[in-house]
Design a protein around this ligand. Structure first.
Ligand SMILES: [Zn+2]
Length: 99
C-alpha cells in the first residue's frame, strides 16, 4: 500500500524531472526552510505555494487561447485554495462559519 506522502513525493519528483528543475534550485528552496520552526515554516510554505499558483495562472492566462483547457481547470482549483488561504489570514473568523 502506498502512503500518501510517498505518492506526493513520487509525483513531485517526476514533475520536477519533467520540467527539468535544477537540483540547485531545489537545494536553495530547502535551505530557505532549514531550521525554521514549524509554525513559521508552514506559513512560508503556504505563501510560497500561493505565489507559485499565481505565477502559473498569470503566465498561462497570457498564453492560453483554448475555450476548454485542462490546465485552466487545474489553475481554477489552485486559485480557489490560494484565495481561501488569503481569506483565512485576513478574515480568520470566516473559517468558523457553520456548514
Ligand atoms: Zn488554459
Amino acid at each position: 500500500m502506498t502512503r500518501p506522502l510517498d505518492d506526493v513525493l513520487r509525483r513531485t519528483a517526476a514533475a520536477t524531472a519533467a520540467y527539468q528543475v535544477p537540483e540547485r534550485t531545489i537545494e536553495l528552496a530547502a535551505s530557505a526552510l532549514l531550521g525554521v520552526p514549524d509554525g513559521p515554516r508552514l506559513r512560508l510554505e503556504v505563501r510560497a505555494l500561493r505565489d507559485a499558483a499565481l505565477l502559473v495562472a498569470e503566465a498561462h492566462r497570457r498564453d492560453c487561447a483554448e475555450s476548454v483547457c485542462t490546465t485552466c481547470e487545474a489553475i481554477r482549483y489552485n486559485l480557489a485554495v490560494a484565495l481561501a488561504t488569503v481569506r483565512s489570514e485576513t478574515h480568520p473568523g470566516l473559517d468558523e462559519r457553520p456548514g
